[in-house]
Structures are given as C-alpha cells and as structure tokens.
Design a protein around this ligand. Structure first.
Ligand code: FAD
Length: 378
C-alpha cells in the first residue's frame, strides 16, 4: 500500500508533537509516525525550563491542567558533598514525561493530526520527493520529512550519520519516588562517574534520574550495588535515597547516549529535538531545545511552502543557520562543564571558586539556557 502526504514527522516525542501542533495551528495538515504507544514513562530529569511558556501559550497549550510543580531554586553538590545553592531567576517546572507527552499526543490527535502507529525503517530522497518504508511494509511518499526520532535509532545507520560510528559510553537510570523533598528545588548531585538530578513532578512525586559513565557502572553487579557503593559517597544522595520509597517496581534505563555533534540536515531530512543534537542533561534544557527547535523548523518549512521563490537548499541552509544560532553555544557550554565535572581535581577547584563567587554558577546556568521563546515572528 502506498500513500502520499505533504509533511511527515518521524517520532511523536516532545519535538515531533510540538512541530505537529505548530503546523496544525498554522493550517497545514501533518502526519506523524510513532513506534510506541502512549502513555509511558521516559528516562528524563523532567525539569522543563520556563523559556517555553510564551510559545506553549501561542500553541494554545495549557500545562496547568497537568498540575506541574513550580521550581525556582537550584542546589549543586560535588562528589564529596560540598554544596552550592542559587536561585533560578527564569525558573522552570517539574512535570513527568508520562503526563506531558501524553497530553501533547492527545492534543495533536484532537486537532486533526494523522497519527500512524508504526516504525519508519528506511527512507530515500529522489526527484524532490521522499519515500519512506514502515515496518508494516506500508510505503509513504512525502514532500517534507522532519526527523524527530530521538537520541538514536536504526534510521541513523540507514542515513550513515557520522555520530553513530562513535562509541556512546553513557547510561541513564530513572524512577519516581515518594518522600520528603522541597517543591521548588531542582538538585544536581555529582558522584564518581556521573551526576544525579532530583526534583518534584506533579502529584507530589519525586523524580530521580542519573547519568553514569558505563565504564564506571560496569564494575558493579547491579543498579542497587552501584548506587550504594558509588552514589552514597555523596552524603546528599545517601540521605535522599534513604528517605525515599520507590514508586516503580524497577527503575527504567537507557544506554548508548551520545553527545557527539550531529548533522542538522541529513539527506534533506530536517532534524529536530535530540535527533539534531543532545545537550548534557545536567543543563536541564533538552526539552526546551526540543520544543524550540520544533518551532524553528516548522516556521522555516511554512515559509518554504508558502513562498514561491524559496528553494529546498535555502530552506535547509536557513534552518541549519537558525539551529546553530540558537543552540550551538549552549551545547558547547554543556560539553565544557561536563568535561570539568568529570575531572576530580578540577571539580574541587572549580567548586571552591563557585562557592566563593556563586554568581559564576548563575552565569553558567544562563549560558546553557535560552531566553523566553519569542512568538512575534511565528
Ligand atoms: C538522563 C537524561 C536526563 C534528562 N533530563 C532532562 C531535564 O531534566 N530537562 C530537560 O529539559 N531535558 C532533559 N533531558 C533531555 C530530554 O529528555 C530530551 O532532550 C527530550 O526528550 C528530547 O525530545 P525528542 O522529542 O527529541 O525525543 P524523544 O522524546 O526521545 O522522542 C522521540 C520519539 O521518536 C519515536 N521513534 C524513534 N524512532 C522511531 C522510528 N524509527 N519510527 C517511528 N518513531 C520513532 C520514539 O518512540 C519517541 O517517541 C534529559 C535526557 C537524559 C538522557
């Protein structure tokens, strides 16, 4: 069976769903292909920066119905527990991906998105048209294809993307808990080989999510053993885990997380969200970047489709330029900070400086975050 569509998005995560809602709001029909069903939990720190609020408003989305928690304080500790506390002037919210992604998914369907539950397994581009093959053997032709399929997928191999050839040594673990923890705080506690984010989400639940270098994790037999031997060396983490009761039977995990540079456009597919680039999670800005990149991409595509003189090359170059302008320096800042945190001696020196001059930490937070997303040029 073969069908034809104008705009097709691969992946209905935060980026894909936001782009779909943008097209629908602007009067463009859109097709989304998603391999998973909703709702489901995702490995994520679940801290969403408030920079997205004006844009979510423009999309007529009201997250208050999901009862997110307002977060305005940030605590940061080193492996041995030295603590730095700063306010977060722009702030953010704690909201589970279980609720947020499901809400956007339902909104996209309610507003007329064509949702196909399937996996895109291959794609090619010839004579200005994409041909996509789904796992069900269905074939779809599309004029525009947006890649929003997350951090890593078989499609990256098919597209021979450069980053996929490199090793990705990171593993992430996440679960929800109940116990004592302030509503308005996001904490980032370091430990040997990684760091752990703790903050509240809706319904008084606490999300604990950590990223660890696989080489240091594999020395231990299990997640509980690694936690007790390594994470508990940080007194803040020991206290948090000892006071909390897990709400999941088992934590959920993902592996092979790559922070390598990615191409923003590959074989004419416009990449958004993590498919275009992943910022170190301690920056707490990946979700905002996924949402913002969806806006940049959807606006560029709409300009292309409505302007008779614009070429595909102009669309691709224009989008890449916008992406780099908005996110290039944030990703670099995240990488530099992550490099410092991974070096024990550097971290203690760095921390002594930060404790003496906490405004430096506020500057670093600013460097990895964007300003509120403007909607006047949409
Ligand atoms: C450990 C960790 C902690 C994090 N913490 C935070 C945080 O606190 N705050 C923050 O802002 N960001 C955080 N992030 C980053 C954030 O989770 C991501 O940036 C965000 O999820 C990106 O959304 P996305 O839509 O690009 O990808 P995803 O949400 O992964 O969506 C991709 C979708 O594509 C689908 N898909 C994949 N392949 C195919 C295919 N072939 N065909 C069809 N469908 C497909 C998937 O099923 C999925 O639904 C964290 C990341 C990690 C790893």
């Amino acid at each position: 069976m073969e069908s034809k569509v104008e705009i097709l998005i691969i992946g209905a995560g935060l980026a894909g769903l936001t782009a779909a809602l943008h097209f629908l709001k602007s009067g463009f029909p859109v097709t989304l292909v998603e391999k998973n069903t909703y709702p489901h939990h995702k490995v994520c720190g679940e801290y969403l920066s408030n920079e997205v609020l004006p844009y979510l408003d423009w999309l007529d989305l009201n997250l208050s119905s999901l009862a997110p928690v307002a977060i305005h304080r940030f605590n940061f500790s080193t492996n041995d527990g030295q603590l730095l506390q700063i306010p977060l002037p722009l702030g953010g919210m704690g909201i589970s991906r279980y609720s947020l992604d499901h809400y956007l998914f339902q909104e996209a369907i309610a507003r007329g998105c064509q949702m196909i539950h399937d996996t895109v397994v291959d794609l090619s581009f010839e004579e200005d048209i994409f041909s996509l093959k789904l796992a069900s053997q269905q074939l779809i032709k599309a004029r525009i294809v947006i890649g929003a399929y997350g951090k890593r997928d078989g499609l990256d191999q098919k597209l021979s993307r450069h980053f996929i050839q490199k090793k990705s040594p990171w593993l992430a673990v996440k679960a929800h808990y109940e116990g004592p923890f302030p509503d308005d705080l996001v904490a980032l506690h370091n430990f040997e080989g990684g760091y752990c984010g703790v903050s509240k989400v809706e319904n008084n639940k606490i999300n604990i999510c950590y990223l660890v270098d696989y080489a240091s994790f594999k020395k231990y037999k299990s997640i509980p053993e690694h936690r007790m031997q390594v994470l508990y060396q940080n007194p803040h983490l020991k206290k948090i885990f000892e006071e909390m009761s897990p709400l999941f039977d088992q934590p959920i995990t993902i592996g092979q997380i790559s922070f390598e540079k990615k191409s923003i456009v590959e074989n004419h597919v416009l990449m958004i969200g993590d498919t275009a680039g992943l910022i170190h999670p301690f920056c707490g800005n990946g979700m905002a970047m996924a949402i913002h990149s969806a806006k940049l991409c959807a606006s560029a595509v709409i300009d292309y489709l409505t302007s008779e003189s614009s070429s595909r090359t102009q669309l691709e170059r224009g989008y890449q330029r916008l992406w780099n302008q908005n996110f290039g320096s944030r990703i670099t800042a995240g990488k530099v900070m992550s490099g410092i945190l991974r070096k024990k001696q550097l971290t203690s020196k760095f921390m002594r400086i930060l404790i003496k001059y906490p405004f430096l930490m506020s500057m670093m937070v600013k460097k990895t975050h964007g300003n509120p997303i403007m909607t006047d040029q949409v």
